[in-house]
Design a protein around this ligand. Structure first.
Ligand code: TRP
Length: 338
């Protein structure tokens, strides 16, 4: 069977949390370990800069943290190329060519970017680089001819837009150079974890996330402060399971589904206290997070080796991206000196 290729990435604007883990990191490790793919994971610092131009420090500081998070969850540098977006010069050149195949109106209709523009309250001051980041993402994906992109559901509009660019490029220049990618998404229902406060989104600004790098104490404190059912005051009171973050997390992380069903029944009936379910969740989360934490600590002891992983990965990535760029220039006819 011909090998598939996946490429994916994250903007380094902070450490990664368990939402990222469920939303895509877990899938990436599974695809990597299937052996069916050439694997590329990109730290998208250029994309992070599109709405952080005046705060490159934040990106710089997050970059190594994200690299550690990748290694911690089991991205294996022997199997997966980890690369830094800003160190791949072919990407901005591809982006420039693709921009000519996309209309401003089409970019305006990208629902994820639209929502982010709202959420970030840019007002009239949307940076042009931010506005066009779906096109730079198309460059990321196509430079490696990825057919598969393991990401969260919110990234589907980027893939749709990438497919349109691929089709437009191949049609316009009459050559099958670029490959149409498909998303690879988490199983339905487990795509989005709420924050510990019950907010639908886990975000740094709300300080409501559990980070892969949190120590055991911090995780326990966060779980003990989790939003449950505000009307469940006395242990004897019947409690609500829907919207109760402890049960939402148990549904996603606990493997003993019979036990979770039993706890739910007891909680709804009354007689089961919040502290008990939180203790159980803490146990479950420790089982998930401990190996991640231990691997992270191991790598963190030798940051020089982590840096070398990024140097090697980026060098390999440049070879491949430059090859695609050459094919793209040839297709356009920008090869005057050949
Ligand atoms: N937009 C993605 C995010 O914010 C990050 C990203 C950049 C990406 N380039 C990519 C994801 C290419 C997949 C493929 O999470």
């Amino acid at each position: 069977m011909a090998k598939h290729t996946f490429l994916t990435g994250d903007r380094p604007t902070g450490r990664l949390h368990i939402g990222h883990y469920i939303g895509s990191l877990k899938n990436r490790v599974a695809l990597q370990n299937s052996g069916d793919y050439d694997n590329f994971v990109m730290i998208a610092d250029t994309q992070a800069l599109t709405d952080n131009a005046n705060n490159p420090e934040k990106i710089r500081n997050s970059l190594m943290q994200v690299a550690l998070d990748y290694l911690a969850v089991g991205i294996d540098p022997q199997k997966t190329t980890i690369l830094i977006q800003s160190a791949i010069p072919a990407l901005p050149e591809l982006t420039m060519y693709y921009l000519d195949l996309v209309t401003v109106n089409r970019l305006n209709r990208n629902p994820t970017v639209k929502a982010e523009i709202q959420q970030k309250a840019f007002g009239e001051s949307v940076p042009a680089g931010f506005f066009i980041y779906p096109v730079s993402q198309a460059a990321d994906i196509t430079a490696f001819k990825a057919d598969t992109v393991p990401v969260g559901d919110d990234q589907e509009p980027m893939l749709e837009q990438t497919r349109e660019i691929v089709r437009s490029f191949n049609r316009t220049y009459q050559r099958d150079v670029l490959v149409e990618p498909e998303g690879y998404f988490p199983p339905k229902g487990s795509g989005r974890l709420p924050g510990i406060d019950g907010n639908a989104k886990m975000s740094k600004s709300l300080n409501n996330g559990i980070y892969l790098s949190d120590d055991a104490d911090t995780v326990q404190k966060k779980i003990m402060s989790m939003y449950t059912d505000p009307n469940h005051i006395h242990v004897e009171d019947p409690g609500q399971v829907e919207g109760n973050v402890v049960f939402t997390y148990l549904d996603v992380f606990a493997t003993d589904t019979a036990k979770v069903a039993e706890l739910k029944a007891q909680y709804q009936h009354g007689g089961l206290g919040d502290v008990k379910i939180k203790r159980y969740l803490n146990e479950v989360m420790d089982g998930v997070l401990r190996p991640i934490r231990e691997r992270r600590e191991q790598y963190a002891q030798d940051m020089a080796s982590v840096q070398q992983i990024l140097i090697d990965g980026t060098a390999h990535a440049n070879d491949i991206a430059n090859q695609t760029l050459q094919e793209v220039r040839d297709a356009i006819g920008f090869n005057y000196f050949k």
